[in-house]
Every structure is written in structure tokens, then in C-alpha cells.
Design a protein around this ligand. Structure first.
Ligand code: PCA
Length: 202
């Protein structure tokens, strides 16, 4: 399994998504090998680096994580859309507006993760979680759209299937988020997501 997160952006000192990816890569999981990667918050660079990580590590599953600082739950995303419309510049200073990610790509691509099972399992463990209908139109959505494009190509060409999806996490207390969303608690939630994915594949 490849677990990705992002570096800090928008002047913040932390990004829990990158810290979670690094932590999960280091600590691993009893039932699968995990590679953790931290991606730049860059429309130009992140999709290519994600594709390179997929080529390098041959994962069966890609779980991408990102920070959604105004949310109050862990939110598996249902859909990525073919749109780059940035409210703030990315870490390279790019701020696309009303742009297609792939001029000839489909309007949307749906997550390949069991999002409802994931949200339910996390919520059952006492951590707020719900399915989200929008990954936004910033770099997280772009990376989700790109990963699902790779999965689509593989499915079309008879390549190894790739199960990919995106989960947004809320801000930690250091970033002004709810006091109970510590990195440890978010890690617990994402581990439940991983276990749910593995259980349903078995
Ligand atoms: N969140 C941003 C990009 C990087 C991140 O962690 C987003 O939701 O698009």
C-alpha cells in the first residue's frame, strides 16, 4: 500500500497528512507493507511524483491523505473532478483558475475505496467521520484525479489493478483544530481505514 500526504502549505507550520504518511510508512501495519510518501503542494509536480511513486513501489492500493482545515471529521472522498480552481497559490506560486486538469479527461472520476465502510468503521470507533462529496478544486483533488486516471488506464489495458482513493483529515490542535483531533487520534482513524480496505479485499 502506498500512503501519501502533503507538505505544509498556505504558511502553516505543519500538515498532519504528510506527518501521517511518514508515520505509517515508518511504523507499518501488521497486515500489509506500507510505503509512505510526502508530496509537494504543487499542481505541476504532485501528480507526476505520485505516478513515479506508483511506478517505483507497485502498490495494490493507494490511500492519499490531505488536510481539509475547516472540516470536523475524517472524510473519505467520493469523487475527483476535472477542475483546477485554486483559492490560494500553491507552494510553487501557481494559482490556476477554472482550468481543466486534463483537457480530454472525463468530468469526474469516482474513488475506488470502500468509502462508506471506511466512514462507518471510523465513526464506530468514536472518531467523527463521514463521506465527502467534494475533494475541492485544489491540489488534493488534482492528485486524486491523477491517481484514478492511472487506475483507469490500468483497468483499460489489463495491467495490475490499482485501488485508489483519497481521505481528507481535519486540522490538529496545533493548527487550531478541534482538541481531540491529535495526530495520534488521526493515525488511529487512518489505521481503521486501512484495516477496512484490507478486510474487504480479503
Ligand atoms: N490539502 C490541500 C492540498 C494539500 C493538503 O493537505 C487540499 O485539500 O487540496
Amino acid at each position: 500500500m502506498l500512503v501519501t500526504g502533503f507538505e505544509p502549505f498556505d504558511g502553516a507550520a505543519h500538515n498532519p497528512s504528510g506527518e501521517l504518511a511518514r508515520r505509517l510508512g515508518e511504523l507499518g501495519h501488521p497486515d500489509c507493507r506500507i510505503v509512505g510518501e510526502v508530496l509537494p503542494v504543487s499542481f505541476a509536480r504532485a501528480p507526476g511524483l505520485l505516478a513515479a511513486a506508483i511506478d517505483a513501489h507497485h502498490p495494490d492500493v493507494v490511500v492519499m491523505l490531505g488536510l481539509a482545515e475547516n472540516r470536523h471529521a475524517i472524510t473519505p472522498e467520493r469523487v475527483a473532478i476535472n477542475l483546477a480552481d485554486a483559492r490560494i497559490p500553491d507552494n510553487d506560486g501557481d494559482q490556476p483558475t477554472d482550468a481543466a486538469l486534463e483537457p480530454h479527461g472525463p468530468a469526474a472520476r469516482f474513488a475506488l475505496l470502500p468509502i462508506k465502510h471506511i466512514a462507518l468503521a471510523i465513526a464506530n470507533a468514536g472518531i467523527s467521520a463521514e463521506v465527502s462529496l467534494s475533494a475541492g478544486s485544489y491540489v488534493c483533488n488534482a492528485v486524486m484525479y491523477a491517481a484514478l486516471g492511472i487506475a483507469e488506464q490500468r483497468a483499460g489495458s489489463g495491467g495490475a489493478p490499482l485501488q485508489a482513493g483519497f481521505i481528507h483529515v481535519p486540522a490538529t490542535p496545533q493548527l487550531g483544530g478541534d482538541p481531540h483531533f491529535t495526530l495520534d487520534e488521526l493515525e488511529r482513524g487512518i489505521r481503521i481505514a486501512i484495516t477496512t480496505i484490507l478486510d474487504l479485499r480479503a
